[in-house]
Write a protein of this length. Structure first.
Length: 401
C-alpha cells in the first residue's frame, strides 16, 4: 500500500458535514475540523450515486487499484499491492467479466497505465514500459523499457496519459510534465515548476492537465510553458486528487446529462473521500467542484470525527460510455449505471476469483499460460532505454504460478 496510503496517512481533512451528491463546494469555504477513523468494510457499504443512477460492484479482490485502462472488451488493472497488471475479460461489450488473470508481474512500485489500443504502457519506479497487446489473458512476452527514469524516494510516482492522435504520452513526475514519443522514447518538456506532480490527464481538446501539490496546498491546473496567472482549482486543505480523468461526454450523448459534458472527474481522498466533478468555462477550470459520488464515509458518534470504509482511487470510461471507478478497501471496481429502466449487464459482478478460469477465449486452443516471473521485470533498474527484457522459460507446472 504505497502512494494512495502515503497520501491518506498524512491527511486530516476539513469537509462540509452535510455535503452530498449534487452539492457544489468552493475551495475557500469554511471547513469544520474533523479527523478520519477507518472502520471495517461491511457487505452493505455502497457508494452513493447521483439521482437516477446507481453504483454497482462489477469486480472485487483486485488489490490496491491505482490505474484502470479499457482495451476493447478487456480491462487492465494496475495493482500496487502486488506490483502487477491484471487483465479482466468480457466476451461482449457491456457484459460482466467472465475471466481474469495476472497479465504481468514483478514491477517495482507500479504507478499508472496508458494505451493507444495497440500497446499497453506501464509506469513504475524504473520508468515507462511498453508491450504489444495480444489476445492472451497472460502476456506471452516481456515488456520493453521505453523510457528509463529511476526515482529514489518512496511516495513518488510517474503518472502517464495517452495522446491517441499524436503517438505521444503525457508524463508527470517530480516537478516536471513532458511528452514522450511512444515509439522512440524521446522527451519534450512541457512545464516545470516548484510543485510536485501527482496526476496528469489529457483533455478532449488535447490540453494537458495535472493535479499538483505546492507549499502545503493542492491544485488542479493546465500544464503550459507559462503557468502564471492561469485559472486553477484549489482543493480543500490537506486534500489530494488520487486520479483525474475527462468524461469525453460527446462520445456518449445519450448516456449522461448534458451538464456532465466535458467535466473532469476527480477522486479525492481525506476523511470524506468522494468522486467530484470539476467544471469549465470557455476552457478555464472553475474555482468550485460538485460532489458526484459520495457515501464512502459517515459522521461518527464522536464529535469532530468521521468513519470511513473506503477510498475511491482510479477512474476510467469504458468504450460503451460507462464510468468505472476503483475503491481501495474492497479492491473493487464499481460501475455507474442508470437506475431507471433496463439495467445493463455491467452491474453484475463476475464469479469469485477462485472460480474464474484463467484461460483465453473459448475459441482459442487451450494451452498452459506463461507467467512472467517477478525477477525478470525487477531487473530493469540496470537497463538502458529501449533494451528488451528476455521472457523467462516456461514453468513446468502452471499451478505453481
Amino acid at each position: 500500500m504505497r502512494f494512495g496510503l502515503f497520501l491518506f496517512l498524512i491527511t486530516l481533512i476539513y469537509w462540509p458535514a452535510n455535503a452530498k451528491p449534487g452539492d457544489t463546494i468552493k475551495a475557500d469555504s469554511e471547513w469544520p475540523d474533523t479527523a478520519a477513523i477507518k472502520r471495517q468494510v461491511r457487505s452493505t457499504d455502497t457508494p452513493i450515486a447521483p439521482e437516477g443512477f446507481q453504483a454497482s460492484k462489477i469486480a472485487s479482490n483486485l488489490g490496491e487499484i491505482v490505474s484502470i485502462i479499457p482495451v476493447g472488451n478487456d480491462v487492465f488493472v494496475a495493482d500496487a499491492d502486488q506490483d502487477r497488471v491484471l487483465r479482466l475479460r468480457s466476451r461482449s461489450e457491456g457484459k460482466a467479466f467472465e475471466s481474469r488473470a495476472e497479465y504481468l508481474i514483478g514491477f517495482d512500485q507500479i504507478n499508472d497505465l496508458a494505451t493507444d489500443g495497440k500497446y499497453l504502457f506501464i509506469s513504475d519506479r524504473n520508468g515507462i514500459w511498453k508491450i504489444e497487446i495480444d489476445v492472451a489473458l497472460v502476456a506471452t512476452r516481456a515488456p520493453g523499457l521505453l523510457y528509463a527514469h529511476r526515482y529514489p524516494q518512496t511516495g513518488s510516482r510517474i503518472s502517464i496519459a495517452m495522446f491517441p492522435d499524436k503517438n505521444a504520452i503525457a508524463v508527470g513526475v517530480g516537478n516536471e510534465v513532458f511528452l514522450i514519443d511512444a515509439t522512440t522514447g524521446n522527451k519534450q518538456l512541457v512545464s516545470k515548476g516548484k510543485w510536485i506532480i501527482e496526476n496528469v490527464a489529457v483533455s478532449p481538446t488535447g490540453g494537458i492537465w495535472a493535479s499538483v501539490f505546492e507549499s502545503g496546498n493542492a491544485y488542479i491546473m493546465p500544464m503550459r510553458v507559462d503557468t502564471e496567472n492561469i485559472a486553477r482549482l484549489s482543493l480543500p486543505p490537506h486534500t489530494h486528487a488520487i486520479d483525474i480523468q475527462f468524461w469525453h461526454n460527446e462520445r456518449y450523448p445519450e448516456s449522461w446529462p448534458d451538464q456532465w459534458a466535458s467535466d473532469m472527474i476527480v477522486s479525492l481522498n481525506g476523511n470524506r473521500p468522494v468522486l467530484a466533478r470539476a467544471h469549465f468555462n470557455f476552457g478555464d477550470i472553475m474555482p468550485e467542484f460538485t460532489v458526484f459520488i459520495d457515501g464512502f464515509s459517515k459522521p461518527s458518534q464522536i464529535v469532530g470525527r468521521r468513519n470511513y470504509w473506503g477510498v475511491p482511487t482510479a477512474i476510467t470510461v469504458l468504450p460503451n460510455g460507462h464510468l468505472v471507478f476503483a475503491e481501495r478497501e474492497y479492491g473493487a471496481l464499481w460501475g455507474l449505471v442508470k437506475s431507471q429502466g433496463q439495467q445493463p449487464d455491467l452491474k453484475t459482478e463476475a464469479r469469485s476469483e477462485k472460480d474464474v478460469e484463467l484461460s483465453p477465449k473459448p475459441e482459442a486452443k487451450p494451452k498452459a499460460p506463461e507467467i512472467l516471473r517477478g525477477s525478470s521485470i525487477k531487473s530493469a533498474s540496470g537497463l538502458e532505454t529501449d533494451e528488451l527484457l528476455k521472457a523467462p522459460e516456461k514453468n513446468k507446472d502452471p499451478k505453481d504460478n
